[in-house]
Structures are given as C-alpha cells and as structure tokens.
Design a protein around this ligand. Structure first.
Ligand SMILES: Cc1cc2nc3c(=O)[nH]c(=O)nc-3n(C[C@H](O)[C@H](O)[C@H](O)COP(=O)(O)OP(=O)(O)OC[C@H]3O[C@@H](n4cnc5c(N)ncnc54)[C@H](O)[C@@H]3O)c2cc1C
Length: 295
C-alpha cells in the first residue's frame, strides 16, 4: 500500500505582527519554538507536526530578555542557555537550578520557557517554579494582549487556557528577594512522567522568624499543588521547628496530597513532604542560604 502523501506548510514570519496575523488566519497551526518537545516526543519515530507549522524561534520580540524595576521579562522563545548566561545574576536561585536540570546543553540551546509552559499534555519543570515565584505570562493574540498568573494558564482539566490564535509572548517574574530557596527534582527518566516529583520552596526570614514561605509541589508532570493555608500558618514560626510542629506539618501535607492530588503512593508523598520539612527545618541555617553567584 502506498504511503499517504501529506503536504506540510511551514511558515517563518519575520516579526511579531506578521506572526499574529498568520496565526489568527491559521489558529490550528503548530507553533514551533525550539522544537525540542515537538521533535523529541516521538523519540525514535519520524515526528508528525501537523499540516501547518509556524516557526517562532527567530522572532526578535520573543527572544528578548529585559529587566525593569518590577519584573524580569523573558521572551517566550529565548533559549534557556541564553537566559542562564545573560540573566545569571538576577535569576532566582530556584529557577536557575530548575533550568539547568532541563535536558542537556544542546537541548537548552534551543528550548525556551514558552514551549516549557505550553506543553499540551504535561506541566513541565518551569511551571511549579514560576508558580512559586508568582510569575505571570503575557499572552498576545488577535484581540490584543493580556496577562495571567501562572496557575491560570491551565484549567481544572489541565488544558491550556489559550484562545484561538493566542500565544505566550513573555514571562514576567517579579523582582523580589528571598533569603532562602529550594528546587528539588526526582525522576528515573524524563520520558517516564509517572516517576516525576518536584518541590520548589522560597522563604523570607526576618530576625530569625519566617515572614513568608511558599511551597509548590509537582507530581507526575500532571499535578501542581500549593497549600496556601499552610503557608500562612508558617508565618511567624521560628526555626528550627519543634518535633510537634514537624509532626503537625507532616500530617497536614500528607492529608493534602491524598485529597488534592491525589498522590496514591505513600513513598511519593513521603519524599515530597520530607524535602519540604527539611527546607523548613533548616531555615536560617547555612544549609539553605543561597550564596549569590554560587549555584
Ligand atoms: C532529551 C530531552 C530531555 C528533556 N528534558 C526535559 C526536562 O528535564 N524538563 C523539562 O521540563 N522538559 C524537558 N524536555 C522537553 C523540552 O525540551 C522542554 O519542555 C522545552 O522547554 C520545550 O521548549 P521548546 O522551545 O523546544 O518547545 P517546542 O517543542 O517548540 O514546543 C512545545 C509546545 O509548546 C507550544 N509552544 C511553544 N512556544 C509557544 C508559545 N510561545 N506560545 C504558545 N505555545 C507555544 C508548541 O506548539 C508545542 O505544543 C526534554 C526534551 C528532550 C528531547
């Protein structure tokens, strides 16, 4: 039987205006940024991209990295390696650690944050970290631009909330300083999302007391969880935490993961909880203090 012949139209718009016009005429086209997920996901098979593909990798407005007083603004298609190099001094430590854990140097030369956040199936590595940093995405489309906090980028069914013809233009990370940060990731293999777990934590200490703490957990590249009530309860506590406090936090997080996830395996819940408790227990000690420039 003869193989089916399929024509693929590959567009390379010159700038953002041309991209918006083109994408609004072809809203079902596939956006091709670094292409590392689109080409890599089929592993050894020949990738099938779709009938219309729009290359957004070379568009200047999507690759700029800029810092204002309020935000670190990162173009959605700026390669991660460029970001790690250009913004090393201003990137939050947890994000720096997360980005250096993505793929290999060759992958990071192509891959960008826009493609990492817009995966149609999975919540990739930067999602929980940008959630903890309370970053926003700036979307642009035929109706203009709008901003969404990271968790609002997906709906309750885990689908992206992008309208037809809309794409991520920039990621805006508030310029804030935390005294302590953690990024921890565990997985057997990137292609086995069922083995993936991560914890992102940021905290601010003032005179030995926790004045702010944010904890975001992810599991199986599907669940991203933040327990805001527990974060509020942490404010005012003085580390090291007592055994009673640790036991309370353990029970609270365990019930949260059983209900909110759910994360059925006790071992997975345990790993997430112990990482978070380790971070909280060591707040204020040398172990968790990020030294600028030493990643
Ligand atoms: C060997 C290997 C290892 C990897 N390891 C990791 C890992 O450890 N952690 C991890 O998180 N990922 C990993 N990845 C997956 C991938 O490299 C990253 O998720 C990467 O950030 C994707 O970015 P990209 O620019 O290549 O996206 P692309 O592959 O170009 O696009 C990904 C998806 O996002 C859409 N898209 C792209 N840009 C936009 C935009 N601006 N607006 C709206 N939609 C958009 C595309 O249409 C597509 O559906 C790995 C991939 C490979 C091949």
């Amino acid at each position: 039987m003869a193989a089916e012949q399929r024509m693929v139209s590959f567009f390379s718009p010159a700038d953002l205006t041309e991209l918006i016009q083109l994408y609004s005429r072809h809203p079902s086209a596939v956006l091709f940024a670094g292409g590392t997920w689109l080409l890599g996901r089929e592993q050894k098979k020949i990738p099938v991209l779709g009938e219309q593909v729009i290359n957004i990798g070379g568009i200047d407005e999507l690759t700029r990295i800029h810092r204002t007083e309020r935000f670190l603004e990162i173009g959605a298609a700026a390669p991660l390696s460029l970001l790690l190099e250009q913004a090393k001094r201003v990137l939050p430590v947890c994000l720096y650690r997360c980005l250096t854990s993505i793929g290999t140097p060759a992958i990071r030369n192509l891959a960008g944050l826009g493609g990492n956040l817009s995966n149609p199936e999975y919540r990739m590595d930067s999602f929980p970290v940008l959630f903890a940093l309370e970053a926003q995405v700036e979307l642009i489309g035929p109706e203009g631009s709008r901003r969404l906090p990271i968790p609002r980028l997906i709906d309750s069914e885990n689908n992206l909330r992008l309208k037809p013809g809309e794409l991520i233009q920039r990621i805006l990370i508030p310029v804030e300083s935390f005294t302590e940060e953690l990024y921890w990731k565990h997985e057997h293999n990137f292609w086995m999302p069922e083995t993936h777990l991560s914890v992102t934590a940021v905290a601010r200490m003032e005179k030995g007391t926790i004045s702010e703490a944010r904890l975001v957990f992810s599991a199986f590249r599907r669940l991203v969880m933040r327990h805001r009530e527990l974060e509020a309860e942490l404010v005012g506590r003085v580390p090291p935490l007592s055994q009673r406090e640790t036991e309370y936090l353990y029970q609270e997080l365990d019930s949260f993961f059983q209900a909110a996830g759910p994360i059925p395996r006790e071992l997975d819940r345990r790993m997430l909880i112990l990482k978070a408790l380790d971070f909280l227990s060591n707040l204020g000690s040398e172990a968790t203090i990020p030294v600028p420039g030493r990643y």
